[in-house]
Design a protein around this ligand. Sequence first.
Ligand SMILES: NC(=O)c1ccc[n+]([C@@H]2O[C@H](COP(=O)([O-])OP(=O)(O)OC[C@H]3O[C@@H](n4cnc5c(N)ncnc54)[C@H](O)[C@@H]3O)[C@@H](O)[C@H]2O)c1
Length: 322
Amino acid sequence: MTVLVTGGAGYIGAHTVRALRAADREVVVLDTLERGNRQAVVDTELIVGDTADQRLVAKICKDFKITSVIHFAAYKAVGESMIKPEMYWSNNVASTEKLLAVLAENKVDKFVFSSSAAVYGTPKSVPVTESASAAPESVYAETKLAVEKYLGTLTLNSVSLRYFNAAGASSDNKIGEDWSASQNLIPQVMRALLDSAFKFEIYGNDYDTPDGTCIRDYIHVEDLAMAHLKALEYLESGGRTLVCNIGTGQGTSVTQLIDLTEKIANRKVPFTVAARRSGDPVSVYADASLADRTLGWQSTRSLHNILESAYTWHSTHPNGYR
Ligand SMILES: NC(=O)c1ccc[n+]([C@@H]2O[C@H](COP(=O)([O-])OP(=O)(O)OC[C@H]3O[C@@H](n4cnc5c(N)ncnc54)[C@H](O)[C@@H]3O)[C@@H](O)[C@H]2O)c1
């Protein structure tokens, strides 16, 4: 019963691998390390390679007797996806199809997929449920939706977890989100606090929201990691293909997030306001009741806890994993 974790040296993958190991699961990680870190993979075999390498994946399936896969490996930067769409279609979709073909040949029939709340675009109403229509506003979001749809046509059972915004660092302060490898908001806010050479910009303060900045649902990365264990258990107990939100249900604006960070760090976050960025939805937060009903999963951490853990990790790891 070994779980193959693709992209397990990345931010969410590494936290999930630790959660799996803490639950005594056998795990093997496959990661190119292009955007991940060897040091983030603790107490687990790491194979450096590409999910599109079908011979390698077939060998891993046989050598490790893989029974299920958690598939994190992908590119995740919305802005980059608008500039380099072919790179996103190729790595996020074509490579996933190649991976799934090898899994079918090797009778691996349980698959947990890292989807994204980005598939909703700007939903008509919030909190958004899984039945809301998908309206991707970026190539990145299109690629996530394409894989979800493809999974819906296969006999393998899958759970597509539509993550909202993963954030924070591990409770023991060992792993976190390297700001040099991420354009996500919280690492950038932390960098603005801790690296005086860094110029932090927020993208737009003229949105139709109470303070003019975009609203997102920030979920602690360890809560998110637990959702993967729950999804595996669901599939192992015979659960069928499912698409499920993983968020807290709480919307936070960029301004609110900066204000709370300033209270935690007891200093100002320096920033300038830049133009809106293409592909950014206005306001998105989750209705996570399906995850509660079907997977038995709820979030447990507050935004305060997310920001505090991120601040502690970045303060003690100013060079990330370097
Ligand atoms: N971070 C978020 O808030 C968020 C939100 C929604 C969805 N997601 C999705 O969750 C997944 C993990 O996100 P993350 O924040 O940990 O990203 P990350 O960039 O930290 O991790 C991705 C990992 O995948 C590896 N990788 C990429 N392509 C690969 C390939 N073809 N073969 C093997 N390894 C490959 C990278 O080297 C990296 O270690 C991604 O699919 C992302 O799209 C993330």
